[in-house]
Design a protein around this ligand. Structure first.
Ligand code: PMT
Length: 223
């Protein structure tokens, strides 16, 4: 049995990229390595939580004593998250989720032909938005990967997706965001509080996030 301030808390963490299949050999994806999300899973486990890590394809060894569920597409992530949501005490959505997928996935390798090709894309569900709409006891922490006007976009996502906190990062910075071992983040809370951090290792960012979640649980329990 885990010990620590998050003992008994059931927490879902999503990490890594999604892959949206074009045909058996090609997909659309993004640069997420999973490092941020895996570090969060580990930090929450270290503070006593029961962690389920729902991970897109990543070249990382998951932390011990964490239940890991591998998915590829956004639709698969959607299913695995929704299934576990009613019993979750918190969800941390650090995965980089594709907003679109090809309308059709070809069963066979698409052959080249003369001239340009058009692939029609359709919208994927916004998993986090739907979690926000169905929220009961759960604390929801989202991420915002932005390339400009970071604070403004992050605050809009915090509100639109009914989150308790959002972690904003600028993914154009070389030492932050995708793939790096470090990140530079700002936490925006629902009630207007903001915390900005300097450049830190993703493990340290994950520890700050775990502490933030502990305070959010404490606040919740006081009301
Ligand atoms: O994996 P690393 O290489 O360590 O990189 C870390 C990271 C840059 C991926 C991470 O820090 C990060 O910013 N993750 C969120 C990426 C993202 O999808 O951001 P977004 O601003 O597009 O989405 C906002 C939030 O909604 C996210 O919590 C996302 O998980 C969620 N979302 C988005 C779209 C969608 N269809 N469903 C969702 O649930």
């Amino acid at each position: 049995q885990n010990q620590g301030p998050l003992k008994g808390k059931n927490i879902l963490v999503t990490a890594g990229p999604t892959r949206e299949s074009i045909d058996p050999v090609r997909y659309f994806s993004n640069y997420s390595s999973g490092k941020m999300g895996y570090a969060i899973a580990q930090a929450l486990r270290d503070k006593g939580a029961d962690v389920t890590l729902i991970s897109g394809p990543a070249q990382l060894t998951p932390p011990d004593d964490v239940e890991v569920v591998y998915i590829e597409s956004t639709l698969e992530m959607y299913e695995e998250v929704m299934k576990r949501y009613p019993k979750a005490d918190a969800v941390v959505k650090s995965a980089a989720v594709s907003d679109y997928r090809p309308k059709h996935t070809s069963q066979h390798k698409v052959k080249k032909s003369e001239g340009p090709v058009t692939i029609e894309m359709v919208r994927n569900p916004d998993i986090l938005k739907e979690l926000g709409e169905k929220k009961e006891q759960q604390i929801l922490i989202g991420f915002a990967a932005e390339t400009r006007d970071v604070a403004d976009y992050a605050k809009k996502k915090l509100e639109n997706k009914n989150l308790d906190m959002i972690v904003a990062n600028n993914v154009l910075e070389a030492d932050a965001g995708f793939q790096s071992d470090t990140n530079r983040v700002t936490f925006f809370y629902r009630h207007g509080k903001t915390e900005s951090f300097e450049l830190l290792s993703k493990n340290v960012v994950a520890n700050h996030l775990a502490d933030a979640l502990i305070s959010l649980f404490e606040e919740r329990e006081q009301h």
